[in-house]
Design a protein around this ligand. Structure first.
Ligand SMILES: [Ca+2]
Length: 256
């Protein structure tokens, strides 16, 4: 038998062995065989190129790696004083003096700190004009002691037309983090008579700051990453939903 004949026979008898070696998921085919995708990347079964390894949800980088963790910006809320409040870390929330009329001689403060711009929008405002005030500051540091810029002193009632120095209900107030972190500060004081409903508003940081990760595998909610057919984020079928970052169609679960 001439050299090479045995290989030829093998190819003829078992073509699948040689022509169709299929690598399992999260690996890809090289001349040496199936090798693992770079760290924190995944691939579909049958991948033959390192560029078919894509960063898994929560990681970001070129196809084929390297993949580094997504960075997510959040804000930290601290608060204190006579109003009920809950410190938190997140990307948005509601601040209010509390349910019902505010107390006499209320003295409350909230500070929201982030490296992103923080926006504040009133949803309700009702205080005794000129006597019970909410003051908003933007600061370039966490403590809001120095570098403090007065954005507005608000008092009055939105329902009967804004009075005093109350802003329009749709105005947006923003911190301006010059470098590093910025703080939006709210202070509320009332005097010893005439307590009204108070105030409520929402704060948030912008979406682009929340997820600066452009990982192709970070699919939005109600979609999943498809490795077959049209590769990429695909919507769940109607009447089903999934969590953001889902990596398989099985993550789409029928709605209740
Ligand atoms: Ca009052």
């Amino acid at each position: 038998m001439r050299p090479g004949t045995s290989v030829l026979v093998l190819v003829m008898l078992f073509p699948a062995l040689i022509e169709c070696q299929t690598c399992s998921s999260n690996t890809y085919l090289q001349s040496s065989g199936c090798v693992n995708c770079p760290t924190n990347s995944v691939s579909a079964p049958g991948s033959t190129l390192v560029t078919q390894c894509i960063c898994r949800a929560g990681y970001n980088g070129p196809h084929g790696g390297p993949c580094s963790p997504c960075t997510f910006v959040s804000a930290t809320l601290t608060c204190g004083g006579t109003c009920a409040c809950s410190p938190m870390t997140g990307t948005g929330g509601t601040i209010t003096d509390g349910p019902g009329a505010y107390q006499y001689l209320a003295s409350c403060w909230w500070k929201i700190t982030s490296s992103a711009v923080i926006s504040w929008r009133f949803t309700m405002f009702d205080t005794e004009a000129d006597f019970d005030k909410l003051t908003i500051y933007a600061c370039t540091n966490t403590l809001c002691g120095t570098g403090k810029v007065l954005l507005g002193k608000c008092s009055g009632t939105s329902g009967s037309g804004w009075q005093g120095e109350v802003p329009p209900s749709n105005s947006i107030w923003s911190s301006q983090p010059a470098s590093g972190r910025g703080t939006l500060s709210l202070e509320f004081y009332s005097d010893s008579s005439m307590n009204f409903e108070g105030f409520e508003g929402t704060w948030s940081i912008p979406n682009e700051a929340i997820g600066v990760c452009s990982s192709p595998t970070l699919c939005v909610a109600d979609s999943y990453y498809s490795f077959t057919g049209t590769v990429g984020c695909q919507p769940c079928s109607s009447h089903s939903s999934s969590a953001a970052g889902s990596m398989a169609i099985e993550a789409c679960v029928c709605n209740a």
